[in-house]
Design a binder for this molecule. Structure first.
Ligand code: NA7
Length: 544
């Protein structure tokens, strides 16, 4: 049974098999995909979602590694579209962990009866635009086919997990996995010799948690990160009542900030106040939870220059204070990139792990990994014997998850080829030659849920506009693409996010073209831009 408003039809393919037809096909049942499904269905369209996983949640389905949790305040990360949902759901912790986040997304799927439109364990292998019929033909790994007028890739910006191509990886006789594919049944780590490669936001969460149970831990670090205390705590009844009474203000505040977080920069320059006042503010923010110490700081801390370096040194000294062995401490102190040029990993005892006698930090920039051996990891300096090896080595961001699907637009052009030197889009969401395709996984950063809701609303309204005005297709114009791509390149060069070698610019994947993979603009600027485009009858798009 479909939603009462839905009209699902079928058509025959050239082998005489029936193919289900929908108005919209969505790939992905994560945070963005679930909301897209809900929204489009409420607008009366027939929608089918294909999800590679066995359940809803996306990032919060796959990332079951110990320690996985939010870095945004939980109550700013929930959907805002339903007042009833906001009042019903109790976030238990200030920064909620993976099991609870997955439960939340399952609760949403059940409450809004979304599962009936989702086909799980269904990996889409190709999507081909039919230029005669103006529909997308979707092919799944299991042979299933479907078609729809509109096609939305809600495939996540960090979902194509990346395992470096180390020689000998298949010879390893212990157990290994990537954090983004943590087995649902867990990994048996108790008392074992465990190795972790990678010390990004994921590695920092994982290492802190598993250090409590492993026999011995070897951490292979290539780049030290600036990490700050999360200061998580339980939400008590009083705070719960306050949160529920103030959701409109919370979301209003998030919507006013660059990354849709609830923290606002201090409008003063760090260098305009006395050193004592500056330090007092650094210390005060340091004692508070979450991203405040990053995003409520003097505004110029987030700009390359004197203030940024002043705060970076403050953070470096915080690390030095916590690690007993000065040699180890110096290895953990970042010196090769600017503070804030990567998303700030938040931690709950990370640095103290390196004071444990059973924990070894291996600097693989000094002695790179040569190969994986049957017994463990061989660097240029030594071999480390391991029972379990965990890759916290990140993701082929944004384009990686699109590239896993053979997406063919007009004239047989593939999106993979078109994006080979970085995404060529208009506002991240549409690319000439690929009509009726919305690549919404390429458009949001920051607090993901806050950013995705207005984006999905915009795409849904665009789809309705096309249908209501008697058109069958919408596509960005080549001129809009050229102008936007140039804007990303020029404006991107000025922001802190492009200064480090991180996934934001594809620098974490060998051979990947360096190009900012997300918008260089703030969330309010992007919302205003999209609103203006729509108000002008979808300026920069061709409707036919
Ligand atoms: P990240 O931030 O991309 O971190 C990946 C880590 O893996 C990082 O420390 C890398 O070192 C390391 N890495 C990658 N390849 C290698 C090789 N070949 N050898 C040694 N070390 C390697 O991914 P995360 O999953 O931690 O975080 C992704 C986002 O999720 C994060 O931004 C938050 O928004 C949440 P490197 O720094 O490249 O030297």
């Amino acid at each position: 049974m479909g939603h009462p408003l839905q009209q699902t039809t079928t058509a025959g393919n050239n082998r005489g098999e029936e193919i289900e037809q929908f108005d919209v096909i969505i790939i992905g049942a994560g945070v963005t995909g679930l909301y897209s499904l809900y929204r489009l269905r409420e607008l009366g369209l027939s929608v089918q979602t294909f999800e590679g996983g066995g359940g809803v949640g996306g990032t919060w389905y796959w990332n079951r590694y110990p320690g996985a949790r939010f870095d945004s305040e939980s109550y700013t990360y929930g959907y805002s579209f339903s007042k009833e949902l906001l009042q019903e759901w109790d976030w238990k912790e200030l920064y909620s962990g993976q099991p609870e986040n997955e439960r939340y997304l399952n609760y949403v799927a059940d409450k809004f009866d979304l599962r009936q439109h989702i086909r799980f364990n269904s990996r889409v292998v190709s999507a081909v635009f039919d230029e005669d019929e103006h529909v997308w033909q979707i092919h799944l790994q299991d042979g299933h086919q479907a078609q729809a007028q509109f096609f939305i890739t809600a495939v996540g910006s960090l979902s194509a997990y990346y395992v470096p191509d180390f020689e000998g990886i298949d010879s390893f006789q212990g157990a290994w996995c990537h954090t983004g594919r943590w087995p649902a049944e867990g990994m048996d780590l108790a008392g074992k010799r465990v190795g972790v490669i990678g010390t990004g936001a994921t590695g920092v969460q994982l290492i802190t948690e598993i250090a409590k149970e492993v026999g011995h831990l070897t951490v292979f670090q290539r780049t030290a990160n600036y990490c700050a205390p999360l200061r998580n705590r339980l939400i008590d009844d009083n705070m719960q009542r306050q949160i529920k009474a103030s959701y409109p203000e919370i979301f209003k505040r998030c919507n006013e900030t660059a990354g849709s977080f609830m923290h606002q920069f201090d409008t003063r320059s760090a260098m305009s106040v006395s050193p004592e006042e500056r330090l007092e503010q650094y210390e005060r923010l340091w004692s508070e939870p979450g991203f405040k110490k990053w995003l409520s700081n003097f505004y110029d801390v987030m700009m390359p220059g004197e203030a940024n370096e002043d705060y970076a040194e403050f953070v470096r000294n915080k690390i030095r204070e916590r690690v007993k062995d000065p040699v180890v401490a110096e290895k953990l102190v970042p010196k090769d990139h600017l503070f804030g040029s990567k998303r700030l990993p938040c931690e709950s005892g990370y640095y103290e792990v390196f004071n444990q006698a059973n924990v070894l930090l291996v600097d693989v920039r000094e002695s790179p990994i040569e190969r994986i051996t049957p017994k463990g990891v061989q660097t240029t300096a030594a071999e480390y014997d391991l029972d379990v090896l965990i890759f916290a080595t990140g993701y082929d961001a944004v384009t990686g998850s699109l590239n896993r699907i053979d997406i063919q637009g007009e004239g047989g052009q593939t999106l993979r080829d078109k994006f080979a030197n970085g995404p060529r889009t208009y506002m991240g969401i549409s690319s000439p030659g690929f009509p009726n395709l919305f690549t919404i996984n390429a458009a949001s950063v920051g607090n993901f849920v806050r950013a995705c809701e207005p984006l999905v609303d915009w795409v849904s309204e665009a789809i309705c506009y096309v249908r209501e005005h008697g058109f069958t297709r919408i596509s960005a114009t080549p001129e809009a693409e050229v102008a936007w791509t140039q804007h990303v390149s020029e404006a991107g060069a000025k922001i802190l996010r492009t200064q480090a070698n991180s996934w934001f610019v594809g620098a974490n994947i060998p051979g990947k073209a360096r190009f900012l993979l997300t918008s260089p603009d703030t969330a309010p600027v992007m919302r205003a831009k999209r609103a203006e485009v729509a108000a002008k009858g979808y300026e920069g798009f061709e409707l036919s």
